[in-house]
Every structure is written in C-alpha cells, then in structure tokens.
Design a protein around this ligand. Structure first.
Ligand SMILES: CC(C)=CCC/C(C)=C/CC/C(C)=C/CC/C(C)=C/CC/C(C)=C/CC/C(C)=C/CC/C(C)=C/COP(=O)(O)OP(=O)(O)O
Ligand SMILES: O=P(O)(O)OC[C@@H](O)CO
Ligand SMILES: [Mg+2]
Length: 236
C-alpha cells in the first residue's frame, strides 16, 4: 500500500534510538501500513541509512520524514516534508525546505514527496521548542487546518502532540473541517483504547515512543485501529 490515502496506522521509528532485530521484525510484520523514520534530534545520515536498510528487509512502505538536510538519503518510498505552521519563524515552514530544494532539486522525484502541515500542540515536545512554536488555541488550530486545505492545498495536516496524549474533541473538530487534506494524529498513544479513540476521527494515527517503552502495547494499537476502521465502514 504505497498510497497514503489508504493508510490508517503507522509506526514512527526514531533513528536516534536503538531497536533490536527481533523487535523491529515484530513492528514491521505487525500489519501496520508503513514505517516512518524520523525524529527531532540526533538524526544523522548514518543512523537513518542504517535503520532504512533494516526496515527495507520487510515488505511495507518505508518513509523518511525529513528533519535535517544532512540526513536526506536516497531510496525511500516516500519523503515526508514537515512545514511547521505554528512556528514563529518562517525558517521552519519555508527556509529550510527552500535550502533543501536548492541542493537536491534535480534529484527529487516530486511524486514521492508528501508535504505535511504540522501543528504542534504539546509545549513540552522537543519539536515545539526546536521550531519556536506558539501554542495555538482552538480557533488557531481550526484556521491552520483551513489554511492547510484551502490556502496551501496540502495533502496532510498533522496534529502533533508528540509525547503527550491529545484532546480527542479537538481532533474531532478538525476532522470535520477537512475534506481533501488527510488528518494525521500523533502523540502519546499508550494503549489500544487511545489508538481506537483517535482513529475514529483521524485518517491516520502515528505511534512512536511506546514502541521503545512497551512493545506489546505498541503492537496492540495496530489491531485496535484496524478493527475501528472496519466498524466505520471499511478503508477511508
Ligand atoms: C536522492 C535524494 C537524496 C533524494 C531526496 C530528495 C528529497 C526528497 C529532498 C528533500 C526536499 C526537502 C524540501 C526537504 C526538507 C528539508 C528539511 C531540512 C526540512 C525540515 C523540516 C522541519 C521543519 C524540521 C523540524 C523538526 C520536525 C518538524 C521534525 C519532524 C519529525 C518529528 C516531529 C519527530 C518527533 O519528534 P519528537 O517526538 O518531538 O522527538 P523525539 O525525537 O525525541 O521522539
Ligand atoms: O512518540 P509519540 O508520542 O507516540 O508521537 C508520535 C509522533 O507523532 C511523534 O512525531
Ligand atoms: Mg519520538
């Protein structure tokens, strides 16, 4: 399934963290729709390509979510490019991307690139601090979602609560705003119930840190999401 419109659940693996071959096998054969490789800090060309080589032994899409220009490697199925909409500085929504296109423009297969409008909602998250975000209120988030869909026509709007479980009511409200732009939810999913709750509203949920803290629970989120989506009437 190389079309993100068909995804419900993805795991995000951090190249700056260690995972054993056995755990990686469990993650990659869990029934998840894709593996995203990405993180905020300590992401290097070496740790990205090492993890890429290990994930590509399995038959599922392997995506690089680019966070550092020095760690862009060829050979991924897709490249996710974050634009941080609630950063105070255009650096994180225009300048770093501009620099990368200047450097790699001739090598880019534009069909493999997926631009993500990030809205970072956890003030304690590393990504919030790194990209100098401001905390948006309910109306701000709604406006960012509308801009993602109608102004920038982005394929993805990402409600990023990294490290903290978010507010399902807010996710529900934003889901009702978006018609074409896919809603991705990520942050703090640490149980099958939480995975189910968010997947009622979000098109795709992202499960990250719990892989490293409690693999068994992480694996349970796949079935939880898949069964919720089936009840909703099949693939969205
Ligand atoms: C042949 C070849 C090399 C082909 C590749 C061509 C290609 C696709 C080029 C890319 C073009 C392009 C426009 C790239 C953008 C480059 C770039 C530097 C973008 C920066 C994006 C950005 C705003 C980064 C800031 C941080 C961020 C938003 C990261 C996203 C990941 C994330 C939030 C991870 C979660 O982190 P977190 O949980 O908070 O922290 P931990 O890591 O501790 O878990
Ligand atoms: O690591 P967690 O908190 O699961 O968040 C997942 C993902 O949204 C991080 O970018
Ligand atoms: Mg992480």
């Amino acid at each position: 399934m190389y079309n993100i419109n068909e995804w419900d659940h993805v795991f995000k693996l951090d190249p700056n963290k260690t995972i054993t071959d056995r755990d990686l096998q469990a993650v990659c054969t869990s029934g998840t729709d894709a593996i995203i490789i990405g993180g905020t800090d300590g992401v290097t060309f070496e740790n990205v390509t090492d993890l890429q080589e290990r994930v590509q032994r399995y038959d599922l899409p392997c995506v690089l979510e680019v966070s550092d220009i020095e760690a862009i490697a060829p050979g991924f199925d897709k490249y996710f490019i974050p634009l941080v909409l609630n950063s105070q500085y255009k650096r994180w929504m225009l300048d770093v991307q501009h620099q990368a296109v200047k450097e790699y423009g001739d090598l880019i297969d534009w069909d493999d690139m997926v631009t993500e409008g990030y809205c970072v909602l956890n003030p304690e998250a590393k990504v919030f601090k790194k990209t100098d975000c401001t905390l948006p209120d309910k109306q701000d988030v709604q406006a960012y979602a509308q801009m993602a869909e109608h102004v920038f026509r982005l394929p993805v709007f990402y409600m990023e609560y990294s490290g903290m479980y978010g507010d399902p009511e807010r996710v529900k409200e934003i889901a009702s705003e978006l018609k074409h732009t896919k809603l991705v939810y990520g942050g703090g999913i640490r149980s099958r119930e939480q995975a189910q709750e968010m997947s009622v509203y979000a098109d795709v949920i992202v499960v990250g840190n719990v892989i490293y803290d409690n693999l068994e629970v992480a694996l349970q989120t796949v079935e939880a999401v898949k069964s919720t989506k089936m009840k909703d009437g099949g693939p969205s």
